[in-house]
Design a protein around this ligand. Sequence first.
Ligand code: GLY
Length: 369
Amino acid sequence: MRGCDVVVVGGGVVGLSAAWRAARQGLSVAVVDPDPGAGASHAAAGMLAPVSEVTYTEEPLLRLGLASLERWPAFRDALQEESGVDVDYRAEGTLEVAYGPDDMAYLEDLAAFEETLGLPVERLTGRECRRLEPMLSPSVRGGLLAAGDAWVNPRRVVRALMVAFERAGGALVRERVTELLIEDGEAPGVRLASGEVRRAARVVLAAGSWSAALAPGLPVRPVKGQILRLRGPKGFLTRCVRGMVHGSPAYLVPRGDGEITLGATVEELGFDGRVTAGGVYELLRDARELVPGITELELAETTVGFRPGTPDNLPLIGPAVAPGVIAATGHHRGGVLLAPVTADAVTAFLTGGDVPDAVRSCDPERDLR
Ligand code: GLY
């Protein structure tokens, strides 16, 4: 039996961010995960796009995303400095494009809503869109530039977090947690697959889609996403491009090295880890409508990930399950974006500091029926 201040269950972007921040505050922290960063963080596109990723009925989620986006530059600076890893942070914005009159009407509503929030948004004609992104289809009728959106490479973020966390004195334990121990109504630690017990004053549950397996009743479910990685010339696209195609949102996220992440399916199929012919076909078909030239690029990778969905799409952040447990899970489509604000909140719950206001909507005990 070994003890520390905090055991974090789950080494994805959320768990590692919280663990790194807690370790920097002087707490002794262990992250337990058989393969850190191999879950949803490995599949994620890394868009830091609170406006483009949210429907505008979801205002608490939008507020949470904006609170986290605001934290990203300082989070990136500290992470890059403490790890020596470049996370490929880019801030050229999202270009949301439209084809039919319905899409244009949707974009107009979105622009009006963003303006009521005081967010920078620019309406563009089709020609102006193509001037920004010459690879766009000639049938694009118009678009919106969300200039405040940014993106990162989530795999590099995870690598950076592991380095920074260990340099801050944290311990990465590459094992699987099989049980949250509950003794006399409290949670004094976790049991590992090896049988070893890790004692801790507090347990942070950041196991994404696998959280409910450890805490039955926690309303988190896997939402399957298939995502592709294409390889092309650098500068093929310079910003994130999104659009509604055949009623589904499609996005293309360019990296500094020429890779383009193209996503993503949204499937309620539990833990079905198969890449399907239909999934790949639909992704390529829809993305080709936006950017016809993608068919010339190399298809470098197909991946499946499981977004941890909740009934209201808001994460679960705060005390939950039993005294001593803090949930940091259920981040659905936004784990990478929401990592900084979640890390601040978890650290505040651990140390008695001020919890960010935007996180109040994420109380795990809220009514989710
Ligand atoms: N955040 C992108 C996705 O969930 O597909």
